[in-house]
Design a protein around this ligand. Structure first.
Ligand code: DSN
Length: 428
């Protein structure tokens, strides 16, 4: 994907990488190539977004130079005056935005945030109950190959085969039968609203703690467009780079009684010095997410996703659960293209400069490296400014690419149309 970009974008890329270019032309060229790739493709990866220039500037700040093990006011290094200020700013903003008692903004990523919760309140061998990865859960929710499935006894609930929505009866039955110490809700490939209050009731009934991993939907929760887990859950974890549109990082939050255990699990339990440049960028992103225009952004993400769903449904595709309430949808290719794999569809789309990811769909017979599904999300294209008309057009191209069985001349034609949209809607 080495197409040219407009002069103004080329100048912007050169300005952004000028110091790198002086020191390391090879690295600078790779950075520039990635920026051209992002500029020249439509990104439908549901877990990605384009951080604002303000967020990116913070990640490139002098805070990358500073060690600050500990917490604001209680550091193991001197010279932490401004480290304290920026971290406290991020903490206060996270608590306010998500309505939690306590926030730790040091986790390097969502996995570390989840790990910190487990380390705070679980012992090896304790039972956890989370959503099956192949039904939309996450690696850290107890997958056998992940630390969470290796250290803890992990059990999984899934979706109902008919409704393709989370089977809350199964959650309750399993919770009462196995009495897990921690129930985990939240997903990475689930297109419907999650009922956090219902999870809270089940947790209380069986005497478990509840962790809500809102990594995917954090921006929608912040915008008031998805119900909040702040009351129901003992712990709320998130990444900051998906719908929240911040830097690549994580946050772990909890009720007051777990604050000390959570902080100690992050440091010294799991991490050394926080990445303060990321902490600063989280503070900036949290401020952005608290603005009225962010609510409109969240609304547009959902509107675009629903337009994408409607258009694909009208073209005969089966979407898991029949549609979407949020920022993502899952095409189940088995319904009308049983011979096409998720891997093939994603490869063809990439050749037309439409970037998606293959995804297992519930009860998939194919392995995770192949899959029978494709996950599509609208956070990134919405940041670019695409509206429902362009999104419907995009659905048409996706259908053409898949139904052509990857016909090369068609891919080339669609790519030219995608490039035109990309030029009209540059990345920030
Ligand atoms: N890997 C992320 C995703 O793509 O959903 C979840 O952490």
């Amino acid at each position: 994907m080495s197409e040219e970009v407009s002069t103004s974008i080329a100048e912007r890329i050169a300005a952004w990488t000028d110091e790198v270019a002086k020191v390391d032309p090879l690295a600078a060229e790779i950075l520039a190539a990635e920026e051209r790739r992002e500029q020249n493709s439509l990104n439908l990866i549901a877990s990605e977004n384009y951080a604002s220039r303000a967020v990116r500037q913070a990640t490139a700040s002098v805070l990358t130079n500073k060690y600050a093990e500990g917490l604001p006011g209680k550091r193991f290094y001197h010279g932490c005056e401004w480290a304290d200020s920026i971290e406290q700013l991020a903490i206060d903003r996270a608590k306010k935005l998500f309505g939690t008692d306590h926030a730790n903004v040091q986790p390097h990523a969502g996995s570390q945030a989840n790990m910190a919760v487990y380390f705070a309140v679980l012992k090896p061998g304790d039972t956890i109950l989370g959503m099956n990865l192949s039904h939309g859960g996450h690696l850290t929710h107890g997958l056998g190959a992940n630390f969470s499935g290796r250290i803890y006894k992990s059990l999984h609930y899934g979706i109902n085969r008919t409704t393709e929505r989370i089977d809350m009866d199964q959650v309750r039955e399993m919770a009462l039968k196995h009495r897990p110490k921690l129930i985990i809700c939240g997903a990475s490939a689930y297109p419907r609203e999650i009922d956090f209050a219902a999870f809270g009731e089940i947790s209380r009934e069986c005497g478990a703690m509840l962790m809500a991993d809102i990594a995917h939907i954090a921006g929608l929760v912040a915008a008031g467009l998805h119900n909040s887990p702040a009351q129901a859950a003992d712990f709320v974890t998130t990444t900051t780079h998906k719908t929240l549109r911040g830097p690549r990082s994580g946050i772990a939050m909890c009720k007051a009684q777990y604050a000390k255990a959570l902080d100690s699990a992050v440091f010294p339990g799991l991490q050394g010095g926080p990445l303060l440049q990321q902490v600063a960028a989280k503070a900036v992103a949290l401020a952005e997410a608290n603005r009225p225009e962010f609510k409109q952004y969240g609304r547009s993400i959902i509107d675009n996703c629903q337009a994408l769903a409607e258009e694909l449904l009208s073209r005969g595709y089966h979407l898991v659960s029949g549609g979407t309430d949020n920022h993502l949808l899952l095409i189940d290719l088995r319904a009308n293209y049983p011979d096409i794999t998720g891997q093939q569809a994603a490869d063809w789309l990439e050749r037309a400069n439409i970037v998606v990811n293959k995804n297992s769909i519930p009860f998939d017979q194919r392995p995770a490296a192949v899959t029978s599904g494709v996950r599509l999300g609208t956070p990134a294209i919405t940041t670019r400014g695409l509206g429902q008309d362009q999104t419907r057009q995009l659905a048409g191209w996706i259908d053409e690419v898949i139904s052509s069985n990857g016909d090369e001349s068609l891919l080339a034609r669609v790519k030219q149309q995608v490039l035109q949209i990309c030029e009209a809607f540059p990345i920030p």
